[in-house]
Design a protein around this ligand. Structure first.
Ligand SMILES: Nc1ncnc2c1ncn2[C@@H]1O[C@H](COP(=O)(O)OP(=O)(O)OP(=O)(O)O)[C@@H](O)[C@H]1O
Length: 289
């Protein structure tokens, strides 16, 4: 399968925060959800992918091209959707379109009008009077109107009400019927990903934890529950992190099959949510529990 986006050993240091040797790839034709807790480095990574921020070292290639030689071509083929307002607020949607359209040689007015209608956006209303949901839809409309092959979104569903969110997810899902398109989006709302993501990329504290097909996560990971007397120095090694209470322990395994072999039916295995995986991974590295 073709990778549309590849990061190789990318490093970026801010005071008090570091993206460390981040390598990841995004498969063409699929939706990849990009997850990680607050401050994990998602926005920083997305900015580097969009060449809005330069890595200190490492390489980033988009469509197999690098920004140094091919910035214009890459930007023609990428659409990005941000949660905060990147438009000129005093302009109407129509005025904004006139400004953006000449920058893209693949611009398609029919598609633009189609999404404006579908999203119920007003062409004559000033953008400063758009709600957050409308702004997100406007931003997505611009990305789609130049036929972007790769759509990158930073928290597209945050702050949207459940109906808007569901609608947006359905639009994203429908967009994938054209198998050439790829979507990479960060989110805190991991339940959104259950609906539409094929792959999940998880970063924690500037490190890549995994990129996996969603169904594989279900196959490999499990929450394990059992009596604390099953735990010793050896068996503890089986888990990412362990939570103990008076009633027993709960832990996350990344290798369900092995856990079954080691513990047999002395433990109960449950399907973890992405939230569980994020939480246990965080606790594991902080060793609080
Ligand atoms: N320009 C900058 N200068 C200094 N530090 C920065 C800069 N941009 C981001 N950071 C820091 O880098 C860390 C990662 O921030 P980033 O916005 O990438 O995380 P995030 O995963 O998108 O978080 P959230 O989900 O909360 O939006 C944070 O500690 C942040 O304060």
């Amino acid at each position: 399968m073709e990778d549309v986006l590849e990061l190789h050993n990318v490093n970026k240091t801010f005071k008090g925060f570091q993206i460390k040797d981040l390598s990841l790839s995004v498969k063409k034709g699929f939706i990849t959800g990009f997850i990680g807790g607050n401050g994990a480095g998602k926005s920083t990574t997305i900015k580097m992918i969009l060449n809005l921020l330069q890595p200190d070292s490492g390489t980033i290639s988009v469509f197999g091209l690098d920004y140094k030689q091919n910035e214009k071509e890459i930007k023609q083929r990428i659409g990005f959707v941000f949660d905060n307002n990147i438009f000129y607020e005093h302009l109407t949607l129509n005025e904004m379109k006139r400004l953006i359209k000449p920058a893209y040689h693949n611009w398609n007015d029919t598609i633009f009008n189609q999404y404006v209608d579908m999203f119920g956006l007003s062409l004559k209303k000033k953008l400063k009077n758009f709600s957050k949901g409308m702004m997100m839809k406007a931003s997505l409309t611009f990305a789609l109107s130049h036929n972007a092959e790769l759509i990158i979104m930073d928290e597209p569903t945050s702050g949207l009400d459940p109906i808007f969110r569901r609608e947006l997810l359905e639009v994203l899902h429908d967009l994938m019927q054209n198998g050439d398109r790829t979507i990479f989006f960060s989110t805190h709302i991991t339940t959104d990903l259950d609906r539409i993501a094929d792959y999940i990329t998880f970063i924690h504290n500037g490190h890549h934890v995994f990129t996996k097909e969603q169904y594989k996560i279900e196959e490999e990971y499990a929450i394990v529950k059992g009596d604390t007397d099953l735990l010793d120095r050896d068996t503890e090694q089986e888990f990412v992190s362990i939570r103990r209470s008076n009633h027993g322990f709960e832990a996350l395994t990344t290798n369900k099959q092995r856990t079954e072999t080691v513990f047999g039916d002395t433990v109960i295995l449950e399907r973890p949510t992405l939230e569980d995986i994020m939480l246990y991974t965080k606790k594991g590295t902080e060793t609080i529990w």
